[in-house]
Unconditional design. Sequence first.
Length: 581
Amino acid sequence: MLDYWNPAMRLYVDRLVDWETILTLRRGEAVDVEAEKGAFSTVLETLAALTAGFERPAREHWSEEAQLTPDGGAEPPAHMRDAYAKLREAGLVCMPVPEKYGGAALPLLLNGMALEMIARADASLMTVIGLQTGAAEDIEKYASEETKRAILPRFVSGEVQGCMDLTEPQAGSDLGRISARVTDLPDGTVRVDGQKIFITNGGAEVHLVLARDADTYDASKGTTQGLSLVLVERHRPDGSPNGVRVARLERKLGIHGSPTCEVVFEGAIGVRLGEKGKGFRAMLDLMNNARLGVAAQGLGIAEAAFHDATVYARQRQQFGQPIEKQPLVMTMLAKMAVNIEAARALCYHTYELADLVRSREVALSGSRLSNAERSAQQEALERDVVRLRLLTPLTKYFATEISHDITRDAMQILGGVGYTMDSDVPKLHADSLITTVYEGTSEIQASFALKEMGKGALAVVFEMARRELDAMKQDAMREPLADRVLSMIERVEEATKVLFSDIQYALLRAKLLAEMVIDVLASTELLRQVGADPRRLEVAESYVMRRSLEGDTMARRIEQNATGRLARDARVLELVTERSA
Ligand SMILES: Cc1cc2nc3c(=O)[nH]c(=O)nc-3n(C[C@H](O)[C@H](O)[C@H](O)COP(=O)(O)OP(=O)(O)OC[C@H]3O[C@@H](n4cnc5c(N)ncnc54)[C@H](O)[C@@H]3O)c2cc1C
C-alpha cells in the first residue's frame, strides 16, 4: 500500500519543494509550513491506501466499456463508479479549489501525485478525476464570481463532473478549424450549436466548449481568433434538458471505462468564460493543466507496468535462475526504473513551478506586498510563466513517451505471458498508447516547445539550470555530473544555431531538440534530488551518462543534416509510393 506513496513523492513533499515560498506567498507569513507538510503527507497516504484498492477491480473489469444513459448522457462501468464514490466520500475528487469555494486549496503538485496514483490503479478513472480538477481550475480563473459560487462547490463535493469539448471531425490538432457556433442572447447568456467528437467524460454535467463567435464567424474561420470558451450545463436550472446530448460512444483500444463521446449541442444555453473571442487563450490554460495531468497519468501507468515486470522477473525461473539475473533483463529493468525516475523528476519540477506561478499570482492580486516586493514578484512571475510554458509540453512529451516504452518493455519481460490477457501488462500498454495522443500529440508538444524556445524560453530555462548546476559543483560528489550536464547545455546551444536558421528544418528536428532539452532538465533535477538524498546518486549518474552520449549523437544529427533533409524525405516518399502503387 505504501508503495503507491513512493519514495520520490515523499522526497519532494518532505524535503525538496520550497513550500516556505509557495505557502507564504499564497497564505501570508502566519502559515505553519511544517503543519501543512504533515497534512499533505496525510492526504497522500490516504490516497495511496484508497487507490491501491482500486487496482484489482480495474484490471479485472478492464475491458468493460462505458455506456450511454437514457437521459442522453454516458456513464463509466460499475467498478469505476464505485471508485469515484470512494474518492468522493474521502473528499478527494477536486483538491486544488480554494477554500472560499469549499475546496482544500491543495498544491497542484499534490494533485499531480494524486493523479499519478489514480492512473497507476486505473487509467480510465484518472481521466474523470483529471478533468474534474482541470475544468474547476479554468472556471476559477475565468468565470464570474456568481458562476464560481454556483459551480465550484459542486465540483469539490463530487456532485458534478466536467469535460472539455474542443475536438471536431475536421478540427483535431488544428483548433483553428473549429466550426461549432456561439450566438449571443439578449440576456447576456449565449447559445451553442455544433458537434464535438472524442470528448472524454462527455456525459458530464459541466461542459467547457470551445466554439466560434457568430458575429465574426466568417471573418475568423480557419484561425484561433474569434473563439469563445463557454460553460454549458447539461441541465437548465429547473432540471430540464439543455440541448446537450451524447450521440455515441467510441470503442477503443484501451481506457475502456473512460467514456469517449460524440456530443451534440443544439441550442444549448451557456455563459462565456473570459472575454469574447479570447477563448483559445483560456482553453490553453485548461489544456496546460490537462497536459500535466496526462504526464502524471503516463507516469502512473508506467509505474504499474514496471512493478508487474519486476515481480514477474523475480519469480520466473529460466536456465536455473530468476530471469531478473539475466544481464539483458536486469539492464532493461534498470533502464525502466531510471526513465521513470527521470520523467517523475521533470514532472514534479514542473508542478512545483506551476505552484510557484499560482502563489505569485495570488500574492500579486492581494494587498500584502510592499511596492518593492511587488515589482520583484512581478518580475519573477513573468520569468516563471515563460519557463512553465516550455516545461509543460516537454513534460507531457517525456512522461507519455516513456510510458509507451516502459509498458512495451514490461510486455517483453513477461515473454509469452505478456502477450496474453491473463497478464495485466498488455492492458497497461494499451492504456498508455492514448497518452501520447490526447491533449495534443507528441508531435504537437514538440512543436509547441520549439515555438516557446524560438521566443526565448530556452535561454531563460538554461540560465536557471546553469545557476543550479554551478552551485552543485561545490559538492564533490555531484561535481563531475554537473559538469557533464553543463556540457550538454552547450551542445544544445550549438545545435540550435543551425536549427533556427530554417523554420521547416527546425520543425523536422523538433523532437530531437525537445529530447535534448528534456535530458538537460531531467538530469539537473535528478542531481538536485541527490543533494537531499545522496543514495540517489546512481540514478542520476545512470541517466546523465547514458543521455549525454545520446545528446551528442542527436546534436550531430541536427548539425550534419542541416540542408536537403526535407527534400530527400520527400523524394524517398515519392519513390517508394510510386513503387508500391
Ligand atoms: C480517447 C480519446 C479521448 C479524447 N478526449 C478528448 C477530450 O476530452 N476533449 C477533446 O476536445 N478532444 C479529445 N480527444 C481528441 C484528441 O485531443 C485528438 O485526437 C488529438 O489532439 C489529435 O487530433 P486528431 O486525432 O484530429 O489528429 P490529427 O490532428 O489529424 O493528427 C494526426 C497526426 O498528424 C500529426 N500532426 C498534425 N498536425 C501536426 C503538426 N502541425 N506538426 C506535426 N505533426 C502533426 C499528429 O501528431 C498525428 O500524428 C480525445 C481523443 C481520444 C482518442
